[in-house]
Write a protein of this length. Structure first.
Length: 640
């Protein structure tokens, strides 16, 4: 009786599995046809991709239907074997099992080989449908996605279809947990995948109703690569199934996607983890309240955290000294740049704020590669004659001809090659941020090419001697001016801050040693000229000063002699006039003057004419006069 009841239960499960497979297949067929008709009539890239999961759900429903029929046949065959064994009365009615009963062998072969065929067929179906969509997108080119009719109606129809899909998928996934219904799980998983795809189609249709056409191609690319990954998983499972160890229990079909089960049946992942923990620890870890709490709240909390993290992508900060440009769906929202502060946009990847610094000095080098600059940074002193740096781009420059060849006629061009490293420092102008960000695909590369153009144009009218000698500063100023004009003409939106000419020298291989000798000779010539000029500048001023001294002394002496002569002449005239007026007094005054002046240091004797024999001696060194003027009061006080 128990075996009869067991047979009835298994037979009912097989019949129910068959019916559910038929229902799932019909539902998948209806959804597939509805999506194809809707995509053909309304358009939309995401909507056309929604046909892939329903095509696979239809395929898996058919395979599950066959599995249910064979499973029921096996159960009925087992029951017939049991009844035959009970009614066996004679050996004449005995028939060999391998001749009469073949359902078990067919079922075993189906469960053994069908999953491999289904895995390859599923990958082929996904690949063909993706290739068809890719061809359609390629024919359209850069034209915007076409969506005819009312996008709102398209979103509503997609919403209805996705609700049907999610309920049918959840039912199939839940039913697959029952014994014998495992093959329904892929059907439910792909119906759930159809729900996610239709959800994306509905969202893109709503954005399209607001004239935002960039959402549909972006979501189509996302789902396109998701289906590529799932197709690759089919192929990987196909290979791994050959090496999977066999067990006596029910095996997982090869076409059951583990990646898809993370979203359609997250609890299954936790159950697998729980089984591993139970095996490792030796007791039922999954029965503890901690595991129960984690199983109930882990995925909701993870989803909540994912939503919060995704929501934080809407907040953007424009840092100090920066300006920002707000974008939504790759399109600039406003032509006005954003000042430093906090701003809100749509979440990633639909919204973003691009930041640029208008104060940061950027630098690029014209004429040499990065390894040259790095080597020069490590060795600041580099000789012309020593090979250094990486590959450089030489420039053509004119060579000044000697004076004896300027008037001669020659067919050869007087040019040479020069290697230079020209660092260019620039910054983004605040009023040129939009031009810098969207005017060119690679503004730095374009600026470098413009710099090379400015260098070539300037060198065409310059000479090598001027460039490597006193004209370097003028060349740097001219290059900065010309490069700024070219940058403005090409709307780069940058300001050239500085242009420097460094490491300017002739080619190292053959020219540099000879040019070094020429430069040395020129330096020696200039040194001798400077020495001669220094000698000239030291001798001429000294001679001029000596001549001026002599001339000034002679003029002074002549002037002094003239004045003295004039004074003597005038004095003589005065004396003559006095002599004529009072001859005796003049003689007496002259004699007294001689005594006072010429004979001041000579001892004098006075001899009276009438008293020749008497001699008077007087001491005039002291003052003998006693008057009030010469009276010393202190001496009188001392005498008292």
């Amino acid at each position: 009786m128990e075996k009869k009841d067991e047979f009835k239960r298994t037979d009912d499960r097989a019949r129910l599995l068959t019916k559910l497979s038929v229902v799932g297949g019909c539902g998948a067929l209806v959804l597939l046809v509805s999506v194809l008709l809707l995509a053909a009539k309304r358009g939309g890239d995401v909507l056309s991709l929604a046909a892939i999961p329903y095509a696979l759900a239809l395929l898996f429903s058919f395979m599950s239907f066959i599995y249910g029929i064979l499973y029921g046949s096996v159960q009925r065959e087992d029951e017939e074997k049991r009844l035959l064994a009970r009614r066996m009365e004679s050996r004449a009615l005995n028939v060999e099992e391998d001749v009469r009963f073949t359902a078990g062998r067919s079922f075993a072969n189906y469960t053994r080989f069908a999953p491999f065929v289904i895995a390859v067929a599923s990958a082929v179906v996904i690949g063909l449908m993706l290739w068809k969509n890719f061809q359609m997108w390629s024919l359209r080119g850069d034209n915007p996605v076409a969506m005819s009719g009312s996008p709102v109606h398209t979103a509503l129809i997609a919403a209805v279809l996705m609700m049907i899909s999610v309920f049918a998928g959840a039912f199939m996934v839940g039913q697959s947990r029952m014994p014998g219904f495992r093959w329904l799980r892929p059907v439910g998983a792909w119906l759930m995948m159809g729900f996610f795809t239709l959800c994306g189609a509905a969202v893109s249709a709503l954005f399209f109703s607001n004239n935002i056409t960039q959402v549909d191609p972006v979501l189509a690319q996302v789902f396109f690569w998701i289906y590529v990954v799932l197709a690759v998983e089919f192929l990987i499972n196909f290979v791994i199934e050959f090496y999977r160890p066999r067990t006596l229990g029910e095996v997982r079909p090869v076409f059951e996607s583990q990646l898809l089960s993370l979203f359609t049946e997250p609890g299954g992942v936790l159950r697998n983890i729980a089984s591993a923990l139970d095996y490792q620890f030796g007791f039922k870890v999954s029965g503890t309240w901690i595991y129960g709490f984690i199983e109930r709240s882990f995925f909701p909390v993870m989803i909540l955290w994912a939503v919060l993290v995704w929501g934080f992508t809407m907040v953007h900060e424009v840092g100090p000294n920066n300006v920002g440009i707000k974008e939504e769906f790759g399109k600039v929202v406003s032509a006005e740049v954003l000042e430093p502060g906090i701003y809100w946009t749509l979440p990633y990847p639909f919204g973003a704020v691009r930041q640029f610094s208008c104060t940061e000095i950027k630098r690029l080098v014209i004429g040499e590669h990065a390894e040259s600059a790095a080597e020069r940074a490590n060795s600041p002193v580099v000789l012309w004659t020593n090979a250094h740096g990486g590959a450089k781009e030489p420039f053509v420059v004119a060579v000044s001809e000697p004076d004896n060849k300027k008037n001669s006629v020659s067919n050869s061009a007087s040019i040479s090659f020069v290697n230079m490293a020209i660092p260019v420092e620039y910054r983004i102008r605040k009023d040129g941020v939009m031009q810098y960000a969207y005017g060119n695909a690679d503004p730095e590369l374009i600026l470098k090419k413009l710099g090379e153009q400015a260098v070539v144009e300037y060198l065409a009218g310059s000479t090598m001697d001027t460039l490597m000698a006193s004209g370097r500063g003028e060349a740097e100023a001219a290059l900065k001016r010309n490069l700024q004009i070219l940058a403005d003409r090409n709307t780069l939106g940058v300001e050239i801050v500085r242009v420097a000419i460094m490491d300017a020298h002739p080619p190292v291989e053959n020219v540099a040693p000879a040019y070094q000798n020429v430069i040395a000779s020129i330096e020696e010539k200039d040194t001798e000229i400077l020495k001669a000029q220094a000698y000239e500048y030291s001798i001429l001023p000294e001679a001029a000063a000596r001549a001026f001294e002599i001339e000034s002394a002679s003029k002074s002496k002549a002037y002094s002699a003239k004045i003295v002569a004039e004074a003597e002449s005038e004095r003589f005239e005065k004396q003559l006039e006095a002599f004529r007026s009072m001859k005796e007094m003049f003689i007496l005054n002259a004699m007294m003057d001689i005594l006072a002046n010429e004979g001041s240091g000579v001892r004098k004797f006075i001899v009276p004419t009438g008293m020749k024999r008497q001699v008077f001696q007087g001491n005039f060194e002291t003052n003998e006069r006693l008057d009030l003027v010469n009276l010393d009061v202190s001496e009188l006080n001392d005498k008292k």
